[in-house]
Design a protein around this ligand. Sequence first.
Ligand SMILES: NC(=O)C1=CN([C@@H]2O[C@H](COP(=O)(O)OP(=O)(O)OC[C@H]3O[C@@H](n4cnc5c(N)ncnc54)[C@H](O)[C@@H]3O)[C@@H](O)[C@H]2O)[C@@H](O)CC1
Ligand SMILES: [K+]
Length: 465
Amino acid sequence: MRTAYSVETVRAAERELMARLPEGALMARAAAGLAAVCAGLLGRVYGSRVVVLAGPGDNGGDALYAGARLARRGARVTAVPMDPQRIHPGGLAALRAAGGRVEASVPRRADLVLDGLLGIGGRGGLRPAAAALAERVRADALVVAVDLPSGVDADTGEVTGPAVTADVTVTFGAYKPGLLVDPGASRVGAVRLVDIGLDLAEPVLEALQHADVARLLPVPTASSDKYRRGVVGVVAGSEQYPGAAVLAVAGALRGGAGAVRYVGPAADAVLARYPEVLVGRGRVQAWVVGPGIGAGRAAEVGRALADRDVPVLVDADGLRGLDPEVVRGRRAATLLTPHAGEAAALLGVPRESVEAGRLAAVRELAERYGAAVLLKGSTTLVAPAGGGAVRVNPTGTPWLATAGSGDVLSGLAGALLAGGLPGADAGSVAAYLHGLAGRLAADGAPVVAQEVAAALPAAWRDVIS
Ligand SMILES: NC(=O)C1=CN([C@@H]2O[C@H](COP(=O)(O)OP(=O)(O)OC[C@H]3O[C@@H](n4cnc5c(N)ncnc54)[C@H](O)[C@@H]3O)[C@@H](O)[C@H]2O)[C@@H](O)CC1
Ligand SMILES: [K+]
């Protein structure tokens, strides 16, 4: 499991460690790790041109000390302070002693730029002085962000004004949520973690890895029959959107359902493609309701939710007008799977505010509905029902933003619910497999939803091998 920690937790761990170490030891560790990554990126340090954008705090200190290390190895290092009156004194002295220079404006030529403007102490987008420096960075220089790209909020990934876009981010002690959640995540480039010995408490964000998914996947045993493996009831599709039913069923079948029971007006289309499907109501171990059902079918959603002891996934049109009290009153797991627009409608806010504050939105929905919530998007997030760490999905490809892809995901997550996984596990494992299948199917080229479903077995095998 990859874990990310809040600024508060990182600062607490830092205080605790600093109390036991000589003054400056922690910053020296950070700077040494940073300089080593930069040296690796430069290949040849001697004679290279390095620019250090130095902010007023310790982030600038890290960058200046790293600059000093590179200068000692023969790099031509120029520091440009954001505010000449406020620059880390120790870092500045070290850089000068190593032969580095200080200039008021960004040099025209650079091989590597260290963004040490703001770290975890940054609040909001870059203010004008910092933004002006960041803008002058030449596109052909490698940009290495110190701890995080300046202007990205460490706790949320929110970007509320100008911000740096890095090729590489060297982060200290722990991943911060802002490195893993969009829009911040799309500005970090490759992330390198430098261990500085922090002893960290609870993470606020986690990302599953292959081994975690392999451990969570329900695998049939010799004593399993189709009912124990889970029957998934799929209420999906309409005359207008029969394909949504076919794709949700495909996801459920490929997700390891013992059987799929289809309820809705697209039975012919479903059976034509999957003759193994049962049609009509009956006992199920989980319901998937909503993909492509269109408007005016709230009664069917209500009927699934009224089955209080059976896990239910609600997606797409099923989410319209969903009553928090009904969801909160359920005993079995409920998993809601909105995209940003649907989440915005549930929260009564504009879509843009969900996209800008994805972590806050998914937490708020989980809290309001007392349900696990999977918020789809460029970084899919899954919040558990009872609070606790949010999962961020590390797999996926932009090619997955294709019609019907979400229907496959719903069926897949429904199969995992039927297999006995709790809501947030079902959602995060489904997102992981779906993203992996998308990558395998797309392989750098456009992909359609059916192919994502067809690639699920390959993704499954990849995870367990
Ligand atoms: N906490 C830790 O465990 C460690 C922290 N270290 C470094 O220290 C950094 C944090 O240092 P600081 O607490 O000094 O904070 P920062 O260096 O992130 O920023 C501090 C100052 O920037 C200014 N500022 C804030 N928002 C701004 C904005 N939007 N535009 C312009 N100026 C703004 C404020 O004056 C603020 O006091 C970390 O990111 C990391 O680089 C490392 O040295 C190692 C250990
Ligand atoms: K930075």
